[in-house]
Design a protein around this ligand. Sequence first.
Ligand code: FAD
Length: 275
Amino acid sequence: MLHIVACIKQVPDTKIIKMNPKTNTMDRASAPAILNPYDAHAVEEAVRLKTRYGGIVSVLTMGPPPAVKAIKKCIEIGADEGYMISDRAFAGADTLATSYALTKAIDKIAKIQPVDLIICGKMTIDGDTGQVGPGIARRLDMPPLTSVKKVVEINKEQGYAVVHRKLEDGYEVVQSTLPCLFSVEKEINEVPYSPMPNMIKAASYQPHIWSVSDLEDVDRTQLGLKGSPTIVSSVWAPQKPQGGSMLEGAAKEQVGKLLDIVMEKKELFQARGGV
Ligand SMILES: Cc1cc2nc3c(=O)[nH]c(=O)nc-3n(C[C@H](O)[C@H](O)[C@H](O)COP(=O)(O)OP(=O)(O)OC[C@H]3O[C@@H](n4cnc5c(N)ncnc54)[C@H](O)[C@@H]3O)c2cc1C
């Protein structure tokens, strides 16, 4: 029986979030919090592997109390258990401190049931670093398989997994020992609408919530802001490109207008000595 832990994060919906023009930071109150879309695919893949091989799926998040909603969403997708680590001691964590805290929680989950596989999203839509998954794998001394687009086989008895890893111009087939960690691409699966029984279970589900004192062998200097060597020196919103014009009319007409513009630019370029 496989025990799969999917790491998930609640994020602001960056499709509609507004930026504070004064501070150049995200105005988190301006957008609803959602389950990081890549993590929905991670949980869906974990649930599919559970269906294929038998087992249980646990989800884990580090976040503030409202992140319980993201765990409930994962129960709707089909996860069995949800764990959340939440404490002021974790606040201000960069990816190094985040991976440290999550690793300590995974150690505790593994005492309940040994972990065979950890699945993360490729990245989050608010932080975008893609570092947390490989960070966890490094700390747990297990192989990180990033950019996974297909799981070919998991063989717990013989202790290996085979996946397709996305490359720029194709994919490679990789075999790894278990336990290992996958970071998954969105194309790995489609997340369907949740079945009604899962939604009913999620509505009343209460995740396991742990504070820092519930975790074992924690070096507090590696947590939160204290354990975060990253310094964000400046943040800015990209400027929208100015100018440009809309080409109107039938396609043929638009192509004609476009060629006129290109020729005009070319003449201008040549008049300035360009070749
Ligand atoms: C100096 C500094 C201070 C910061 N302070 C804060 C702060 O106070 N509050 C805050 O929210 N962010 C803060 N951040 C951002 C914080 O670093 C990231 O939220 C966090 O480390 C995850 O990085 P990421 O979003 O790039 O994840 P990625 O590495 O892109 O995520 C990859 C995958 O890892 C997993 N994952 C990532 N984060 C979590 C998580 N929290 N729980 C479970 N799984 C996860 C998911 O599977 C995800 O798909 C701070 C960053 C810096 C540099």
